[in-house]
Design a protein. Structure first.
Length: 461
């Protein structure tokens, strides 16, 4: 008998062992068990007859469990590997899942292979055994996946953090002699300087300062009393932060005041009584395109005041007594004056006056001042835009002119809760961490945030 069992021999032995199905014989030839089974059968054939029933049962069981209908093929070799994504940009602390695949020579995916992950710069980015990358510090790292000796890589970039932006405060100083000016307060150093906003008109005062979103310009009101008139007149001006480039935007004979920049710095909302009624207007920052946004309201039926743009520029919030005579309520509208909506239900705080709104940077909340018949002063309130719910900030005395910081961390405001005179304060949005920034014998009011130079403090490398 040759090394490989011949079918007739196997068939005869199986027959002698009482295996009922001879069709298994061709399978033995193709099975990986063929040689072992041949040796086993030869041994049994030469042995005692009493062992043959046991051997027959064993052979039948093995053949029944073996699926040898197809030849056993060798594993496909891995020709290459791939990683996705090939490039990743992550801030320090962020993570990203990478995926590796093994490919054969035809480019087909080969499954069931083990992937080994590694990084060449663990101080920049680490990688887990499953391919999860975590950024650690600025720099570049190459993340490599290896499968059966074939490798592919992804390049991870961790950029240098942008310097944090610092913000100063600008506000009105109102001395008892009436010569008001605009002051700039550095929150980093506490230094106070005057903004050089000089308008060569005798008897005028500068007020309602509003820094542009990029911090390079300011809009403000120049107000005065015309000769033999008890009514205040004034116009909107714009200048660079250093006082240069002074430009007069409005030239009416009535009072234009309370300028508020759009988030993109191209338009300014303000209020004016040039129509005989206090309305909200919008003008381009170059002085063109003045539009009254309240034209759909009947003349002399309402008073609108203190406009403020939403962070996305989609809405303007303002105070109006259009449906609550003498008791202004907060409304919002689109920048073209359409879609006017009350912020709170009409039955809410019917005898309160709400004004001086300021949006949170994410647009979800509005800080404002409420003068209530049930209170002895004016309180700061925080409203949730989506629900209309309102929270009162518990501070004694009178507060006004809240201004939400661009990073959302603080609210600046004016308050007299520590004496007869009003001064500039900041607080956390929940009313905690109140800090005072001005002192002296003068009133200080109308704080607004001014974008300053990038922070000079060191950034971790």
């Amino acid at each position: 008998m040759s090394r490989t069992m011949q079918l007739p021999v196997v068939a005869r032995i199986v027959a002698d062992l009482d295996v009922p199905d001879l069709t298994v014989a061709p399978r033995i030839r193709r099975s990986t068990f063929a040689r072992l089974m041949a040796f086993f059968l030869r041994s049994v054939a030469r042995g005692p007859w009493c062992m043959r029933p046991i051997a027959a049962a064993l052979v039948a069981s093995v053949l029944a469990c073996s699926d040898s209908s197809d030849p056993v093929t060798a594993p496909r070799p891995v020709a290459s590997a791939g990683v996705t994504p090939r490039t990743v940009v992550l801030e320090s602390g962020e993570t990203r899942q990478l995926t590796a695949v093994a490919l054969d020579a035809a480019g087909a995916v080969v499954d069931g292979r083990t992937v080994r992950w590694s990084t060449d710069q663990p101080a920049v980015a680490t990688v887990s055994a499953t391919g999860l990358v975590r950024a650690v510090a600025r720099g570049y790292a190459v993340i490599t996946a290896t499968v059966d000796g074939k490798s592919a890589s992804s390049v991870v970039t961790v950029p240098t953090p942008e310097p944090a932006t610092e913000y100063d405060l600008v506000y009105e100083r109102r001395p008892s002699n009436g010569d008001a000016d605009i002051r700039r307060l550095s929150l980093a150093t506490g230094a106070i300087t005057s903004l050089p906003l000089v308008v060569m008109i005798p008897g005028t005062s500068v007020r309602d300062v509003a820094p542009s979103p990029d911090g390079t310009r300011v809009a403000f009101t120049v107000a005065w009393y015309p000769a033999d008139s008890p009514m205040l007149d004034g116009d909107i001006y714009v200048a660079n932060i250093d006082g240069s480039g002074l430009r007069r935007l409005t030239t009416t004979e009535e009072l234009d005041e309370q300028p508020s920049w759009s988030p993109d710095g191209t338009r300014i909302a303000f209020r004016s009584n040039r129509s005989g009624n206090w309305d909200i207007w919008v003008i381009n920052a170059n002085g063109t395109g003045q539009v009254n946004l309240m034209q759909n309201v009947l003349p002399a039926t309402s008073t609108e005041t203190t406009p403020a743009w939403s962070p996305d520029g989609a809405r303007i919030v303002y105070s109006s007594d259009i449906d609550s005579f003498a008791y202004g309520k907060l409304w919002t509208m689109r920048p073209d004056g359409s879609d006017k909506q009350r912020l709170f239900p009409q039955s809410s705080a019917a005898t309160d006056v709400d004004r001086d709104p300021s949006w949170s940077p994410d647009g979800s909340k509005i800080a404002f001042r409420r003068v209530s018949a049930a209170a002895t002063g004016a309180d700061l309130m925080i409203a949730t835009v989506a629900t209309g719910s309102v929270t009162r900030i518990e501070i004694a005395g009178a507060q006004a002119f809240p201004a939400w910081a661009p990073d959302g961390s603080r609210i600046a405001f004016m308050s007299n809760h520590e004496g007869l005179l009003s001064h500039i304060y900041t607080m956390a949005p929940d009313g905690s961490q109140i800090s005072r920034y001005t002192a002296g014998p003068d009133e200080n009011a109308y704080p607004r945030w001014l974008r300053a130079a990038p922070a000079t403090r060191a950034v971790a490398r």
